[in-house]
Design a protein around this ligand. Structure first.
Ligand code: GDP
Length: 445
Protein backbone atom coordinates (compact mmCIF):
# COMPACT_ATOMS: atom_id res chain seq x y z
CA UNK A 1 0.00 0.00 0.00
CA UNK A 2 2.70 2.46 0.90
CA UNK A 3 5.53 0.55 -0.74
CA UNK A 4 6.53 3.33 -3.05
CA UNK A 5 7.32 5.92 -0.42
CA UNK A 6 8.64 3.23 1.87
CA UNK A 7 11.16 2.06 -0.71
CA UNK A 8 12.27 5.57 -1.63
CA UNK A 9 12.65 6.67 1.96
CA UNK A 10 14.60 3.62 3.06
CA UNK A 11 16.92 4.22 0.15
CA UNK A 12 17.46 7.87 1.13
CA UNK A 13 18.04 6.99 4.75
CA UNK A 14 20.59 4.32 4.02
CA UNK A 15 23.39 6.88 3.53
CA UNK A 16 22.80 8.81 6.69
CA UNK A 17 22.88 5.69 8.83
CA UNK A 18 26.64 5.37 8.35
CA UNK A 19 27.42 8.94 9.40
CA UNK A 20 29.26 9.49 12.65
CA UNK A 21 27.64 12.82 13.27
CA UNK A 22 24.67 14.74 11.87
CA UNK A 23 25.73 18.03 10.33
CA UNK A 24 24.04 20.49 8.01
CA UNK A 25 26.32 19.26 5.21
CA UNK A 26 25.77 15.53 5.54
CA UNK A 27 21.99 15.74 5.94
CA UNK A 28 21.66 18.01 2.91
CA UNK A 29 21.73 15.17 0.37
CA UNK A 30 19.52 12.94 2.47
CA UNK A 31 16.95 15.70 2.93
CA UNK A 32 16.98 16.37 -0.80
CA UNK A 33 16.24 12.71 -1.44
CA UNK A 34 13.50 12.65 1.20
CA UNK A 35 11.96 15.73 -0.46
CA UNK A 36 12.05 13.98 -3.85
CA UNK A 37 10.50 10.84 -2.40
CA UNK A 38 7.64 12.85 -0.91
CA UNK A 39 7.11 14.78 -4.15
CA UNK A 40 6.98 11.58 -6.16
CA UNK A 41 4.51 10.12 -3.67
CA UNK A 42 2.29 13.11 -4.52
CA UNK A 43 2.44 14.80 -1.14
CA UNK A 44 1.34 18.46 -1.29
CA UNK A 45 4.21 20.94 -1.56
CA UNK A 46 3.45 23.06 1.55
CA UNK A 47 3.32 19.84 3.58
CA UNK A 48 6.73 18.76 2.22
CA UNK A 49 8.30 22.13 2.93
CA UNK A 50 7.08 22.18 6.50
CA UNK A 51 8.10 18.55 7.01
CA UNK A 52 11.63 19.06 5.71
CA UNK A 53 12.20 22.21 7.72
CA UNK A 54 11.00 20.56 10.92
CA UNK A 55 13.18 17.49 10.36
CA UNK A 56 16.20 19.67 9.66
CA UNK A 57 15.63 21.82 12.72
CA UNK A 58 15.19 18.81 15.03
CA UNK A 59 18.17 16.95 13.56
CA UNK A 60 20.55 19.84 13.99
CA UNK A 61 19.35 20.76 17.46
CA UNK A 62 19.39 17.18 18.77
CA UNK A 63 21.30 16.65 21.96
CA UNK A 64 23.63 13.71 21.51
CA UNK A 65 21.75 10.61 22.54
CA UNK A 66 24.43 8.18 23.58
CA UNK A 67 22.45 5.04 23.03
CA UNK A 68 21.59 5.71 19.37
CA UNK A 69 23.77 6.24 16.34
CA UNK A 70 23.21 9.51 14.43
CA UNK A 71 21.55 7.48 11.67
CA UNK A 72 19.07 5.96 14.11
CA UNK A 73 18.48 9.36 15.64
CA UNK A 74 17.69 10.80 12.22
CA UNK A 75 15.26 7.99 11.41
CA UNK A 76 13.56 8.62 14.73
CA UNK A 77 13.11 12.29 13.83
CA UNK A 78 11.70 11.42 10.40
CA UNK A 79 9.28 9.00 12.01
CA UNK A 80 8.21 11.52 14.61
CA UNK A 81 7.58 14.20 11.97
CA UNK A 82 5.66 11.75 9.76
CA UNK A 83 3.40 11.01 12.73
CA UNK A 84 2.92 14.73 13.43
CA UNK A 85 2.11 15.44 9.81
CA UNK A 86 -0.55 12.75 9.86
CA UNK A 87 -2.27 14.22 12.90
CA UNK A 88 -0.30 12.76 15.79
CA UNK A 89 -2.67 10.27 17.31
CA UNK A 90 -5.52 7.94 16.50
CA UNK A 91 -8.80 9.80 16.47
CA UNK A 92 -11.91 7.71 16.52
CA UNK A 93 -15.62 8.49 16.12
CA UNK A 94 -17.18 10.40 18.94
CA UNK A 95 -19.91 8.06 20.10
CA UNK A 96 -20.21 9.49 23.60
CA UNK A 97 -23.09 11.85 22.69
CA UNK A 98 -26.67 10.84 23.60
CA UNK A 99 -28.00 8.24 21.13
CA UNK A 100 -28.80 8.12 18.35
CA UNK A 101 -25.43 9.55 17.34
CA UNK A 102 -25.85 10.86 13.80
CA UNK A 103 -22.93 10.33 11.42
CA UNK A 104 -23.24 12.19 8.11
CA UNK A 105 -21.14 10.78 5.27
CA UNK A 106 -20.26 13.22 2.50
CA UNK A 107 -17.97 13.40 -0.53
CA UNK A 108 -17.72 13.31 -4.29
CA UNK A 109 -19.27 10.69 -6.56
CA UNK A 110 -17.64 7.27 -6.66
CA UNK A 111 -15.16 7.82 -3.84
CA UNK A 112 -16.59 4.99 -1.73
CA UNK A 113 -19.22 6.66 0.47
CA UNK A 114 -21.84 3.91 0.31
CA UNK A 115 -19.24 1.20 0.79
CA UNK A 116 -17.79 3.12 3.75
CA UNK A 117 -21.21 3.56 5.36
CA UNK A 118 -21.69 -0.20 5.32
CA UNK A 119 -18.13 -0.92 6.44
CA UNK A 120 -18.52 1.53 9.29
CA UNK A 121 -21.89 0.04 10.25
CA UNK A 122 -20.37 -3.42 10.40
CA UNK A 123 -17.33 -2.19 12.30
CA UNK A 124 -19.36 -0.33 14.94
CA UNK A 125 -21.91 -3.13 15.19
CA UNK A 126 -19.39 -5.94 15.60
CA UNK A 127 -16.51 -4.28 17.39
CA UNK A 128 -18.39 -1.83 19.56
CA UNK A 129 -21.70 -3.66 19.89
CA UNK A 130 -23.71 -0.67 18.69
CA UNK A 131 -27.20 -0.89 17.26
CA UNK A 132 -26.89 0.65 13.82
CA UNK A 133 -29.41 2.13 11.39
CA UNK A 134 -28.38 3.26 7.90
CA UNK A 135 -30.27 5.44 5.45
CA UNK A 136 -29.58 6.75 1.96
CA UNK A 137 -30.52 10.27 0.89
CA UNK A 138 -29.14 9.79 -2.62
CA UNK A 139 -32.26 10.44 -4.69
CA UNK A 140 -30.26 11.37 -7.79
CA UNK A 141 -28.55 8.11 -8.73
CA UNK A 142 -31.31 5.59 -9.46
CA UNK A 143 -29.57 2.54 -7.99
CA UNK A 144 -27.94 4.22 -4.99
CA UNK A 145 -30.66 3.39 -2.44
CA UNK A 146 -30.82 -0.23 -3.68
CA UNK A 147 -27.04 -0.52 -3.48
CA UNK A 148 -27.09 0.41 0.20
CA UNK A 149 -29.97 -1.96 0.91
CA UNK A 150 -28.22 -4.86 -0.86
CA UNK A 151 -24.94 -4.27 0.96
CA UNK A 152 -26.66 -4.31 4.35
CA UNK A 153 -28.50 -7.57 3.63
CA UNK A 154 -25.86 -10.00 4.82
CA UNK A 155 -24.68 -8.10 7.84
CA UNK A 156 -26.29 -7.28 11.09
CA UNK A 157 -27.25 -3.65 10.54
CA UNK A 158 -30.69 -2.21 9.78
CA UNK A 159 -31.65 -0.37 6.62
CA UNK A 160 -34.19 2.48 6.71
CA UNK A 161 -36.00 2.52 3.33
CA UNK A 162 -36.21 5.67 1.22
CA UNK A 163 -37.33 6.47 -2.34
CA UNK A 164 -36.07 8.70 -5.10
CA UNK A 165 -39.33 10.71 -5.11
CA UNK A 166 -38.66 11.89 -1.54
CA UNK A 167 -36.72 15.01 -0.58
CA UNK A 168 -33.37 14.26 1.16
CA UNK A 169 -34.28 16.57 4.05
CA UNK A 170 -37.55 14.69 4.53
CA UNK A 171 -35.75 11.32 4.47
CA UNK A 172 -33.31 12.29 7.22
CA UNK A 173 -36.11 13.61 9.45
CA UNK A 174 -38.04 10.36 9.12
CA UNK A 175 -34.94 8.24 9.69
CA UNK A 176 -33.91 10.21 12.76
CA UNK A 177 -37.39 9.94 14.29
CA UNK A 178 -37.39 6.19 13.63
CA UNK A 179 -33.91 5.82 15.12
CA UNK A 180 -35.01 7.63 18.28
CA UNK A 181 -38.19 5.59 18.64
CA UNK A 182 -36.34 2.31 18.19
CA UNK A 183 -33.36 3.09 20.40
CA UNK A 184 -30.61 2.94 17.80
CA UNK A 185 -27.15 3.91 19.03
CA UNK A 186 -25.95 5.26 15.69
CA UNK A 187 -27.66 6.56 12.55
CA UNK A 188 -25.37 6.52 9.51
CA UNK A 189 -26.57 8.84 6.74
CA UNK A 190 -25.32 8.16 3.21
CA UNK A 191 -25.57 11.12 0.84
CA UNK A 192 -25.36 11.73 -2.90
CA UNK A 193 -21.96 12.42 -4.41
CA UNK A 194 -21.39 16.13 -4.95
CA UNK A 195 -18.78 18.57 -6.19
CA UNK A 196 -17.83 21.42 -3.91
CA UNK A 197 -18.40 23.72 -6.91
CA UNK A 198 -22.08 22.75 -7.26
CA UNK A 199 -24.02 25.34 -5.25
CA UNK A 200 -27.34 23.52 -5.34
CA UNK A 201 -25.84 20.31 -4.00
CA UNK A 202 -23.70 22.07 -1.42
CA UNK A 203 -26.73 24.01 -0.14
CA UNK A 204 -28.63 20.76 0.15
CA UNK A 205 -25.96 19.14 2.34
CA UNK A 206 -25.58 22.30 4.44
CA UNK A 207 -29.35 22.22 5.11
CA UNK A 208 -29.26 18.53 6.00
CA UNK A 209 -26.39 19.29 8.38
CA UNK A 210 -28.33 22.10 10.05
CA UNK A 211 -31.46 19.93 10.34
CA UNK A 212 -29.97 16.79 11.88
CA UNK A 213 -26.99 18.29 13.72
CA UNK A 214 -24.67 15.31 13.18
CA UNK A 215 -22.10 14.55 15.86
CA UNK A 216 -19.74 13.43 13.09
CA UNK A 217 -19.53 14.78 9.55
CA UNK A 218 -17.14 12.50 7.75
CA UNK A 219 -15.61 13.36 4.41
CA UNK A 220 -14.88 10.31 2.29
CA UNK A 221 -12.03 10.69 -0.14
CA UNK A 222 -10.26 8.44 -2.62
CA UNK A 223 -6.54 8.01 -1.80
CA UNK A 224 -5.78 7.48 -5.46
CA UNK A 225 -6.49 11.16 -6.16
CA UNK A 226 -3.26 12.01 -4.31
CA UNK A 227 -2.78 15.58 -3.15
CA UNK A 228 -5.96 16.71 -4.95
CA UNK A 229 -7.85 14.83 -2.26
CA UNK A 230 -6.52 17.31 0.28
CA UNK A 231 -7.59 20.30 -1.82
CA UNK A 232 -11.14 19.00 -2.26
CA UNK A 233 -11.39 18.19 1.45
CA UNK A 234 -10.29 21.72 2.26
CA UNK A 235 -13.00 23.21 0.01
CA UNK A 236 -15.69 21.01 1.57
CA UNK A 237 -14.50 21.93 5.02
CA UNK A 238 -14.81 25.64 4.25
CA UNK A 239 -18.56 25.12 3.65
CA UNK A 240 -19.38 22.23 5.95
CA UNK A 241 -17.78 21.72 9.37
CA UNK A 242 -16.13 18.32 8.88
CA UNK A 243 -15.11 16.29 11.92
CA UNK A 244 -12.98 13.67 10.19
CA UNK A 245 -11.95 11.84 7.07
CA UNK A 246 -12.18 8.32 5.68
CA UNK A 247 -9.46 7.72 3.14
CA UNK A 248 -10.61 4.96 0.76
CA UNK A 249 -8.91 2.77 -1.84
CA UNK A 250 -5.63 2.93 0.02
CA UNK A 251 -5.11 -0.60 -1.30
CA UNK A 252 -5.13 0.76 -4.83
CA UNK A 253 -2.20 3.11 -4.53
CA UNK A 254 1.39 2.68 -3.52
CA UNK A 255 1.83 6.43 -3.12
CA UNK A 256 0.45 7.98 -0.02
CA UNK A 257 0.27 11.65 -0.87
CA UNK A 258 -3.29 11.96 0.40
CA UNK A 259 -2.58 10.25 3.72
CA UNK A 260 0.30 12.61 4.37
CA UNK A 261 -1.30 15.82 3.09
CA UNK A 262 -4.92 15.70 4.10
CA UNK A 263 -4.83 16.16 7.89
CA UNK A 264 -2.19 18.82 7.65
CA UNK A 265 -4.11 20.80 5.02
CA UNK A 266 -7.61 20.46 6.49
CA UNK A 267 -6.68 20.28 10.16
CA UNK A 268 -9.10 17.31 10.38
CA UNK A 269 -8.07 13.83 11.45
CA UNK A 270 -8.19 10.79 9.19
CA UNK A 271 -10.32 8.41 11.25
CA UNK A 272 -10.38 5.31 9.04
CA UNK A 273 -8.71 3.83 5.99
CA UNK A 274 -10.62 1.86 3.36
CA UNK A 275 -8.29 -0.93 2.34
CA UNK A 276 -10.34 -3.05 -0.06
CA UNK A 277 -13.72 -3.66 -1.64
CA UNK A 278 -14.82 -6.18 0.98
CA UNK A 279 -17.08 -4.96 3.76
CA UNK A 280 -14.56 -5.64 6.50
CA UNK A 281 -11.75 -3.83 4.70
CA UNK A 282 -11.80 -0.84 7.03
CA UNK A 283 -8.99 0.01 9.44
CA UNK A 284 -8.86 2.64 12.17
CA UNK A 285 -6.15 5.11 11.29
CA UNK A 286 -3.06 5.12 13.51
CA UNK A 287 -0.47 7.69 12.40
CA UNK A 288 2.32 5.95 14.33
CA UNK A 289 1.64 2.55 12.79
CA UNK A 290 1.47 4.06 9.34
CA UNK A 291 4.74 5.92 9.89
CA UNK A 292 6.33 2.59 10.87
CA UNK A 293 4.91 1.00 7.77
CA UNK A 294 6.16 3.82 5.57
CA UNK A 295 9.62 3.52 7.08
CA UNK A 296 9.38 -0.24 6.68
CA UNK A 297 10.97 -0.75 10.06
CA UNK A 298 8.30 -1.05 12.69
CA UNK A 299 10.03 -3.69 14.71
CA UNK A 300 13.45 -2.14 14.51
CA UNK A 301 12.05 1.18 15.68
CA UNK A 302 10.37 -0.33 18.68
CA UNK A 303 13.61 -2.07 19.55
CA UNK A 304 15.45 1.25 19.29
CA UNK A 305 12.92 2.69 21.71
CA UNK A 306 13.30 -0.20 24.12
CA UNK A 307 17.06 0.14 24.05
CA UNK A 308 16.77 3.85 24.70
CA UNK A 309 14.45 3.34 27.63
CA UNK A 310 16.24 0.46 29.25
CA UNK A 311 19.91 0.29 28.52
CA UNK A 312 22.35 1.48 31.13
CA UNK A 313 24.76 3.07 28.75
CA UNK A 314 27.37 4.01 31.37
CA UNK A 315 27.72 0.35 32.34
CA UNK A 316 28.05 -0.67 28.72
CA UNK A 317 30.76 1.93 28.21
CA UNK A 318 32.67 0.75 31.29
CA UNK A 319 32.57 -2.79 29.97
CA UNK A 320 33.77 -1.78 26.53
CA UNK A 321 36.67 0.10 28.10
CA UNK A 322 37.54 -2.85 30.26
CA UNK A 323 37.61 -5.28 27.34
CA UNK A 324 39.59 -2.86 25.24
CA UNK A 325 42.20 -2.69 27.98
CA UNK A 326 42.71 -6.40 27.49
CA UNK A 327 40.66 -7.64 30.44
CA UNK A 328 38.55 -10.71 29.97
CA UNK A 329 34.78 -10.77 29.97
CA UNK A 330 33.90 -12.27 33.38
CA UNK A 331 30.80 -13.53 35.14
CA UNK A 332 29.91 -10.12 36.59
CA UNK A 333 29.91 -8.69 33.08
CA UNK A 334 27.90 -11.66 31.97
CA UNK A 335 25.38 -10.98 34.71
CA UNK A 336 25.14 -7.37 33.70
CA UNK A 337 24.64 -8.26 30.03
CA UNK A 338 21.88 -10.68 30.92
CA UNK A 339 20.10 -8.01 32.93
CA UNK A 340 20.28 -5.61 30.01
CA UNK A 341 18.99 -8.24 27.65
CA UNK A 342 16.14 -9.08 30.00
CA UNK A 343 15.20 -5.41 30.21
CA UNK A 344 14.97 -5.21 26.43
CA UNK A 345 12.45 -8.01 26.50
CA UNK A 346 14.54 -11.14 26.69
CA UNK A 347 16.50 -12.85 24.02
CA UNK A 348 13.43 -14.32 22.36
CA UNK A 349 11.88 -10.88 22.00
CA UNK A 350 15.10 -9.43 20.70
CA UNK A 351 15.65 -12.25 18.26
CA UNK A 352 12.20 -11.76 16.89
CA UNK A 353 12.97 -8.15 16.22
CA UNK A 354 16.51 -8.43 14.99
CA UNK A 355 17.27 -10.68 12.07
CA UNK A 356 20.99 -10.06 12.65
CA UNK A 357 20.98 -12.02 15.91
CA UNK A 358 20.01 -15.08 13.94
CA UNK A 359 23.53 -15.18 12.60
CA UNK A 360 24.67 -16.66 15.92
CA UNK A 361 25.37 -20.42 15.87
CA UNK A 362 22.34 -22.65 16.42
CA UNK A 363 23.71 -24.11 19.66
CA UNK A 364 23.94 -20.65 21.20
CA UNK A 365 20.61 -19.55 19.81
CA UNK A 366 18.86 -22.49 21.39
CA UNK A 367 20.38 -21.77 24.76
CA UNK A 368 19.69 -18.08 24.48
CA UNK A 369 16.12 -18.47 23.31
CA UNK A 370 15.20 -19.93 26.63
CA UNK A 371 14.50 -16.78 28.63
CA UNK A 372 13.93 -18.77 31.84
CA UNK A 373 17.50 -19.87 31.58
CA UNK A 374 18.57 -16.25 31.94
CA UNK A 375 16.80 -16.07 35.29
CA UNK A 376 18.42 -19.32 36.48
CA UNK A 377 21.84 -18.17 35.34
CA UNK A 378 21.39 -14.90 37.16
CA UNK A 379 20.46 -16.71 40.37
CA UNK A 380 23.55 -18.89 40.12
CA UNK A 381 25.88 -15.96 39.53
CA UNK A 382 24.35 -14.09 42.48
CA UNK A 383 25.38 -16.97 44.74
CA UNK A 384 29.04 -16.64 43.75
CA UNK A 385 31.68 -14.61 45.54
CA UNK A 386 33.34 -11.70 43.80
CA UNK A 387 36.46 -13.78 43.39
CA UNK A 388 34.55 -16.63 41.77
CA UNK A 389 32.92 -14.25 39.32
CA UNK A 390 36.29 -12.95 38.14
CA UNK A 391 37.97 -16.38 38.14
CA UNK A 392 35.38 -19.04 37.33
CA UNK A 393 38.20 -21.62 37.01
CA UNK A 394 38.42 -21.83 40.83
CA UNK A 395 34.84 -23.10 41.04
CA UNK A 396 35.34 -26.77 41.84
CA UNK A 397 33.39 -29.42 43.85
CA UNK A 398 32.65 -27.78 47.21
CA UNK A 399 32.19 -24.31 45.72
CA UNK A 400 29.77 -25.76 43.18
CA UNK A 401 27.72 -27.39 45.95
CA UNK A 402 27.60 -24.14 47.92
CA UNK A 403 26.57 -22.11 44.87
CA UNK A 404 23.89 -24.65 43.92
CA UNK A 405 22.43 -24.61 47.44
CA UNK A 406 22.55 -20.80 47.58
CA UNK A 407 20.68 -20.39 44.29
CA UNK A 408 18.18 -23.18 44.81
CA UNK A 409 19.60 -25.10 41.84
CA UNK A 410 21.39 -28.44 41.35
CA UNK A 411 25.15 -28.90 40.92
CA UNK A 412 24.51 -30.02 37.36
CA UNK A 413 22.76 -26.67 36.72
CA UNK A 414 25.89 -24.89 37.93
CA UNK A 415 28.01 -27.09 35.64
CA UNK A 416 25.75 -26.40 32.69
CA UNK A 417 25.75 -22.70 33.40
CA UNK A 418 29.57 -22.60 33.58
CA UNK A 419 29.81 -24.48 30.30
CA UNK A 420 27.37 -22.08 28.69
CA UNK A 421 29.25 -19.15 30.15
CA UNK A 422 32.51 -20.37 28.58
CA UNK A 423 30.82 -20.75 25.25
CA UNK A 424 29.16 -17.38 25.48
CA UNK A 425 32.34 -15.80 26.76
CA UNK A 426 34.00 -16.82 23.53
CA UNK A 427 31.25 -15.17 21.49
CA UNK A 428 30.91 -12.21 23.78
CA UNK A 429 34.62 -11.53 23.64
CA UNK A 430 34.24 -11.37 19.90
CA UNK A 431 31.24 -9.06 20.12
CA UNK A 432 32.79 -7.18 23.00
CA UNK A 433 35.51 -5.66 20.89
CA UNK A 434 32.86 -2.98 20.28
CA UNK A 435 30.48 -3.60 23.16
CA UNK A 436 27.08 -5.17 22.72
CA UNK A 437 25.28 -1.91 22.13
CA UNK A 438 27.60 -0.96 19.29
CA UNK A 439 27.19 -4.43 17.87
CA UNK A 440 23.45 -3.95 17.96
CA UNK A 441 23.84 -0.62 16.26
CA UNK A 442 25.72 -2.29 13.46
CA UNK A 443 22.83 -4.64 12.98
CA UNK A 444 20.21 -1.92 13.12
CA UNK A 445 20.52 0.44 10.14
P1 GDP B 1 -19.90 6.30 -3.70
O1 GDP B 1 -20.40 6.72 -5.03
O2 GDP B 1 -19.03 7.34 -3.08
O3 GDP B 1 -20.98 5.85 -2.77
O4 GDP B 1 -18.93 5.05 -3.95
P2 GDP B 1 -19.21 3.50 -3.75
O5 GDP B 1 -19.31 3.16 -2.32
O6 GDP B 1 -20.33 3.10 -4.64
O7 GDP B 1 -17.82 2.89 -4.28
C1 GDP B 1 -17.37 3.09 -5.60
C2 GDP B 1 -16.45 1.93 -5.96
O8 GDP B 1 -15.28 1.97 -5.16
C3 GDP B 1 -17.09 0.57 -5.72
O9 GDP B 1 -16.74 -0.27 -6.77
C4 GDP B 1 -16.44 0.10 -4.42
O10 GDP B 1 -16.37 -1.31 -4.34
C5 GDP B 1 -15.07 0.71 -4.54
N1 GDP B 1 -14.46 0.94 -3.23
C6 GDP B 1 -14.93 1.61 -2.16
N2 GDP B 1 -14.03 1.62 -1.15
C7 GDP B 1 -12.95 0.93 -1.59
C8 GDP B 1 -11.68 0.59 -1.01
O11 GDP B 1 -11.32 0.93 0.13
N3 GDP B 1 -10.83 -0.14 -1.78
C9 GDP B 1 -11.18 -0.52 -3.05
N4 GDP B 1 -10.27 -1.23 -3.73
N5 GDP B 1 -12.33 -0.22 -3.62
C10 GDP B 1 -13.24 0.49 -2.91
Amino acid sequence: MFEYLSEKLSFSLRNISDQGRITEVNIKDTLREVRMALLEADVALPVIQEFISRVKESALSQKVNKSLTPGQEFIKIIRWELINTMGGQNDTLNLAAPPPVVVLIVGQQGVGKTTSVVKLGKYLGERQRKKILVVSTDVYRPSAINQLETLTKNINIDFFPSEIVQKPLNIVHLALTYAKQHFYDVLLVDTAGRLHTNNFMMNEIINIHIAIKPVETIFVVDAMTGQDAAKVAKSFNSMLPLTGIILTKVDGTSRCGAALSISYITGKPIKFLGVGEKIDALEPFYPDRLANRILGMGDTLSLIEQIERNVDYTQAQKLTKKIKQGNSFDLTDFLHQMKQIRKIGGITGMMNQLPGINKLPDSVKLQMQNDKLLVHMEAIIYSMTAQERVNPEIIKGSRKRRIAAGSGMQVQDVNRMLKQFTEMQRIMNKIQKDGIMRSLKKIIP
